[in-house]
Design a binder for this molecule. Structure first.
Ligand code: XMP
Length: 317
């Protein structure tokens, strides 16, 4: 029967045999799959694995810095690339969800291709593709599928002409987590909620500005940290906040306010294909709402999304 220990031993030796002294480039996303794929490859080929971690400016608050630090602590040969400005530029004025995804996918390809060219004589592109990605067209996690579905016509970028290594392609998510545990990856990283490749861009309804990203990062941080503090984080499959394109009337002291509304979303699911909204305790919601409205300037109303999938989706875009 399948065990993570046997999988690690076999895969590391197969990767060694296949790759030899060649170089491999891999895009890290901060998610479980790309991280586990990287550590497996690192065991097999060490410094010949070149990891690239791109900050698209649409990650959670402080996530780029903290995860980059964590990757370095794990001994990975990783380069952090802050391309936030480039992504924001590409997104300027775009409100349509699919056009946002295209803009982000294309920018990711450009940034990744530039970085991959910096590595001399690279032979392989490694990806954290898992079995559900192979059989479905949508990835819950990471840029791997985004790359495939959004590349531009007019020829493939050079890194996409590399030979592909996908050490996790036969595994399901829970098996990837068990392999990660076997490799002694931080349980906090392995237990992280799925996060969409386009990040906060699809949780800001309407067009995206730096200020909106900052507001949503603050709101999301209060919500997620609150879930952790209340020991609810691991009871939820995915959670996040959405910045709505409406303003609502509020009151502060004697003043009337007219500010943003945010929605909170937390779902239970096994694979993201169907999902139920989570019945979070009223006290928790009350406290979270108060904290958000008191601390985040520009937000005067918080609502909780009580829709399940189907017919709603997990993301609002
Ligand atoms: P929906 O909104 O379709 O989301 O119910 C199901 C799961 O997929 C994630 N998601 C994405 N992941 N790129 C990704 O990498 C995307 O464009 C994308 N859209 C949705 C979503 O976060 C949820 O886990």
């Amino acid at each position: 029967s399948w065990t993570p220990g046997a999988f690690v031993d076999l895969t590391v030796s197969e990767l060694k045999g296949k790759i030899g002294d060649d170089k491999v480039v891999l895009g890290l996303s901060g998610g479980v799959d790309s991280s586990v794929a990287a550590v497996l490859l690192h065991h097999a080929i060490g410094k010949n694995l070149y990891c690239i971690f791109v900050n698209n400016g649409l990650l959670r608050k402080d996530e780029f810095e903290s995860v980059l630090h964590q990757y370095k602590d794990m001994g990975l040969n990783v380069k952090g690339v802050d391309a936030s400005a480039r992504f924001l530029d590409a997104l300027a004025g775009i409100s349509d969800p699919e056009l946002k995804r295209k803009a982000i996918g294309n920018t990711f390809i450009e940034v990744f291709d530039d970085e991959a060219h910096e590595i001399t004589d690279v032979t392989y592109l490694a990806q954290g593709t898992i079995y559900p990605d192979v059989i479905e067209s949508i990835s819950v996690n990471g840029p791997s599928v985004t790359i495939k579905s959004h590349h531009n016509v007019g020829g493939l970028p050079d890194f996409m002409k590399l030979k592909v290594v996908e050490p996790l392609r036969m595994l399901f998510k829970d098996e990837v987590r068990r392999v990660g545990a076997e490799l002694e990856i931080d349980p906090e990283l392995l237990g992280r909620h799925p996060f969409p490749g386009p990040g906060l861009a699809i949780r800001i309804l309407g067009d995206i500005t730096e200020e909106k990203v900052r507001i949503l990062q603050e709101v999301d941080h209060i919500f997620i940290q609150g879930l952790r503090d209340a020991m609810l984080y691991d009871k939820v499959w995915q959670a996040g906040a959405i910045l709505l394109p409406v303003q609502s009337v509020g009151v502060m002291g004697d003043e009337r306010t007219y500010e943003q509304v945010v929605a909170l979303r937390a779902v239970e699911s096994t694979d993201g294909m169907t999902a139920d909204w989570v019945n979070l305790p009223y006290e928790f919601l009350q406290k979270t709402s108060n904290t958000i409205i008191n601390r985040v300037k520009g937000v005067n109303r918080v609502v909780y999304d009580i829709s399940s999938k189907p017919p709603a989706t997990i993301e609002w875009e």
